[in-house]
Design a protein around this ligand. Structure first.
Ligand code: DGY
Length: 339
């Protein structure tokens, strides 16, 4: 330990799950780190509330609810909650701002990785990859046939993007290689040059539902987007349509989706996220045309390191009195500056 390191202030922080090592090293160098390592893997609520007490900062995951009770348990010295995710529906940002606590997320570093995963799900659902894999593993015997396991063409079809932020646009850009037409819906329309650059045309939601062969969801979870997709929306979609969700599970009414898949109202779905995660609606697990994977959107070695590094940088910046780069509530930062 250098003299410099010895003399510098060290802040007590809580890290709620083992992060990639470079992130832990960075935090450990500047902070007195309490790391939850389980079991169980996800920190139980009572342990979270106990361990956050007296901390100056925390790195949290989407599995932890950061709300008024959390802030009460933490105490007034808490300065920063650095979320290890781009989505922050687990954080009550308004409450965080009210308490003068900075909240950060990890955008950008996972955009392309999540877009790749959305495409993997789209292809898998359209071409029945999971079902084929299960067939062979079942060792029941099979023979090539003209009508065996027919899927849907992806190339030259219409891709509908719901939620045209960073990840939605990255998914849209990938469609040009497949010669697809891209349409999108978002409450916030970007400037026309963004539409031109990405090669996507705006549609009102109902038109997109009717027109798209593939729909990929990339909205944040808010009260307005909860159950954005339900019985009515599935009815409006083509019977050959494929729905992909790598955003947040509650955007889809899972029971209604299971029924739409069962009755053939839509062709298939590829799901990375679930309404009551980690549970998956049992009816979906019975359906061959539901491709389900366990929230792997950002799960690559490089991207998880990048997310951890960004979360650690945000944490340390706030504790050192610098503005974190991906701050969700600049008002809380202004407050620390006496603004
Ligand atoms: C996120 O970042 O919000 C993902 O869901 C996990 O990477």
């Amino acid at each position: 330990m250098t003299g410099d390191t010895q003399s510098r202030e060290r802040w007590p922080v809580l890290v709620t799950r083992r992060l990639p090592q470079p992130a832990l090293d960075a935090i450990d160098e500047r902070c007195d780190m309490e790391l939850w390592e389980g079991p169980p893997e996800a920190i139980p609520r009572d342990e979270l509330l106990k361990r956050i007490g007296g901390k100056a900062g925390a790195v949290t995951l989407l599995t932890e609810k950061v709300d008024a009770e959390f802030f009460d348990a933490a105490g007034p010295q808490l300065r920063i909650v650095a979320n290890y995710a781009v989505g922050f529906d687990n954080i009550d940002v308004e409450e965080s701002t009210r308490r003068g606590v900075m909240a950060t997320n990890t955008p950008d570093v996972l955009t392309d990785t999540t877009a790749d995963l959305a495409w993997a799900l789209l292809m898998a659902a359209a071409r029945r990859i999971g079902e084929g894999d299960r067939l062979l593993r079942g060792r029941k015997g099979w023979i090539w046939g003209p009508e065996m396991m027919l899927g849907q063409d992806v190339h030259h079809k219409v891709l509908g993007i719901v939620g045209f932020g960073r990840i939605g646009q990255a998914v849209a850009r990938r469609a040009s290689g497949f010669g697809m037409q891209v349409v999108y819906f978002d409450l916030f329309r970007p400037p026309p040059e963004v539409e031109r650059h990405v090669g996507a045309e705006y549609r009102v939601f109902d038109d997109l539902l009717r027109e798209a062969d593939f729909i990929s969801i990339h909205v944040a979870l808010t009260p307005e987007t909860r159950h954005l997709f339900g019985t009515g929306q599935f009815r409006a979609m083509k019977p050959t349509a494929v729905l992909v969700n790598s955003s947040r599970g509650p955007v889809i009414d899972e029971a209604a989706l299971a029924e739409a898949l069962r009755s053939g109202e839509i062709f298939a779905a590829g799901l990375d996220v679930f309404e009551k995660e980690p549970e998956v609606h049992p009816a979906l697990l019975e359906l061959e045309n539901a491709t389900v994977i366990p929230h792997l959107g950002s799960a690559t070695v490089d991207t998880r390191i990048a997310m951890g590094t960004l979360a650690a940088e945000n944490l340390i910046a706030a504790l050192e009195g610098r503005k974190p780069t991906t701050l969700l509530n600049p008002e809380a930062w202004e407050r620390t500056r006496g603004g």
